[in-house]
Design a protein around this ligand. Structure first.
Ligand code: CO
Length: 134
């Protein structure tokens, strides 16, 4: 069901410092910061030859990233995102296998303008998984 790895998202305590590190130290192509108020994050996309990275930083109150950074003050991998062709079919298949979808269970529009869902990390070895319909 899952297809390509779309991105790996990393929560960072200092967005400017992280962007500079990826651009200068690692020589990556780093985009401009984008505020995503509906998701409570500011995101920077980094294009790699075979996938993307998302640097995530809290935006506003009640950001889903704030608690993560409190537990992981140096930052860390927050989620990984797999592509699916049909997100509703994927959701229904996962539910039938007992996997829990976070939130209402209805896809939301993610940072790339495509429908996304998140799966409970306790069902996937501690890893928060995002599915994105491509
Ligand atoms: Co993501």
């Amino acid at each position: 069901m899952i297809g390509r790895l779309n991105h790996v998202a990393i929560a960072v305590p200092d967005l400017d410092a992280a962007a500079a590190q990826y651009a200068q130290t690692l020589g990556a192509t780093v985009g401009a910061p984008q505020d995503e108020p509906a998701h409570g994050v500011t995101v920077i996309f980094i294009d790699l030859p075979n996938t993307k990275l998302e640097l995530l930083h809290p935006l506003g109150e009640n950001s889903p990233i704030s608690g993560f950074l409190e537990k992981n003050p140096a930052g860390g991998i927050h989620h990984i995102c797999f592509e699916v062709e049909d997100i509703l079919a994927a959701r229904d298949q996962l539910a039938s296998e007992g996997a829990r979808v976070l939130g209402s269970g209805e896809p939301r529009i993610g940072a790339h303008g495509k429908p996304v869902l998140f799966l409970h990390p306790k069902d996937f070895n501690g890893c928060l998984i995002e599915l994105e319909q491509v």
